[in-house]
Design a protein around this ligand. Structure first.
Ligand SMILES: Cc1ncc(COP(=O)(O)O)c(C=O)c1O
Length: 393
């Protein structure tokens, strides 16, 4: 049976290929050091697991969540969190939608707004989902290059007005996957002004917003006055609380896109498992005690890998946010050829930048989520192996 056009026209999901290659190497008995997929290797904190154990005995969680937006306990914990962390007041349920992780919501917001012929403004390089969904909906993704010279921020002024007028959504993702860049409020103000000028929604994927290393906390776009009319922001417990498998997050912001998202979800899924929502509410209420521990783990790994690679003479800078190093490839290499060299000659898995878009060419991404008994020792071992390579920058 021939598959639907939408499935025939998209490339394979990037990590499916990487996973196959990794499995093959492991089967050959190789000791890989895996800087591939960004999936926290640390366990979910005990206090969340305990909250879940209690919540799962709550009889009402065994049934469909018929609230539409999410349990009031979760929505209120989100509103408190948005207030404490960002100083932003939001009104549940009109401005909040619970989500099944944030990936699901990134997909469904496009279903809510994109018709054939519409344009979606998408960063390049970027998490593949924004662009793929535009194609799924019959729309077109217009790439906004993220260049090192511009701090990996898109140059909104470079988008032709004829394109901007046809665009319905503008994607941002800060802290950024794959570059590790963080956007300040000044840039988010520009994005909000752009959305007002061209009558579109800004979709800010904030799934890494609690992984940062400087004194400045990454802002929410909702801190910008007027954003509550033109912006929707996507948050997740996946990275903040080591809960990728639990599938829980939220969307927050302008009432119209929150309602559009809710309507799609009502027709597609039946919400996040109620017990997970109750445990997520407890997690958010303990965010301040927990998050410094999380950040410290990644800070140590980031510093070890950055200092190790700098010691080899590689031109690497420490990212201010997220848990990725965006590493330039040496002369004469493409992102794919260098990732292959790293894998074959060093047993080190990194992701070729080109899988994140044309402007990812020239880089590989190394994730600090390392599955190893001793991740810092694994980093030291990886640096030692990479030190054997003959590279010229
Ligand atoms: C930029 C970005 N957004 C969203 C997601 C998906 O996160 P979640 O687990 O919340 O669905 C990822 C996962 O790696 C990501 O890198």
């Amino acid at each position: 049976m021939e598959r639907a056009y939408r499935l025939r026209t998209i490339p394979p999901y990037p990590f499916r290929e990487t996973a196959a290659l990794k499995a093959q190497k492991i089967a050959q008995g190789e000791k890989l050091i895996d800087f591939g997929i960004g999936d926290p290797d640390q366990p979910t904190p005990d206090f969340v697991i305990e909250a879940m154990a209690k919540a799962i005995r709550d009889r009402r969680t065994h049934q469909y969540d018929e609230t539409g937006h999410g349990y009031s306990e979760f929505l209120e914990a989100i509103a408190r969190h948005m207030q404490r962390r960002f100083g932003v007041e939001v009104d549940p349920p009109k401005q909040i939608q619970s989500t099944i992780g944030c990936k699901e919501a990134l997909v469904h917001i496009e279903w809510a707004y994109i018709d054939p012929g519409d344009i979606v403004l998408v960063p390049d390089p970027a998490y593949s989902v924004y662009k793929v969904q535009a194609t799924f909906c019959g729309g077109a993704a217009y790439p906004m290059p993220l260049r090192e010279t511009n701090g990996f921020l898109p140059d909104l002024g470079a988008i032709p007005p004829s394109i901007a007028k046809r665009a319905k959504l503008l994607w941002l993702n800060y802290p950024n996957n794959p570059t590790g860049a963080v956007a300040d409020v000044g840039f988010l103000e520009q994005a909000v002004a752009f959305a007002r000028e061209y009558d579109l929604f800004v979709c800010q994927d904030a799934s890494y917003c609690e992984v940062y290393y400087g004194d400045e906390k990454p802002p929410s776009i909702l801190q910008v006055p007027g954003a509550e009319e033109v912006a929707i922001e996507f948050h997740s417990l996946s990275k903040t609380f080591n809960m990728t498998g639990w599938r829980v997050g939220w969307a927050v912001g302008a009432e119209e896109p929150i309602d559009g998202l809710s309507k799609v979800k009502a027709n597609v899924d039946s919400g996040t498992f109620g017990a997970v929502q109750l445990a997520a509410a407890v997690a958010l209420d303990h965010y301040e005690e927990w998050a410094p521990t999380l950040r410290e783990v990644y800070r140590q790994r980031r510093d070890a890998l950055v200092e190790g690679l700098q010691g080899l003479g590689w031109p690497v800078t420490a990212p201010p946010g997220a848990f990725y190093l965006w590493v330039r490839v040496p002369q004469g290499e493409t992102s794919a050829s260098f990732a292959k060299t790293l894998l074959e000659d060093c047993g080190v898995l990194a992701v070729p930048g080109a899988v994140y878009g044309d402007h990812g060419e020239g880089y590989v991404r190394m994730s600090l989520t390392i599955m190893a008994d001793d991740p810092l020792a694994a980093i030291a071992e990886a640096v030692a192996r990479m030190g054997e390579l003959q590279v010229t920058y």
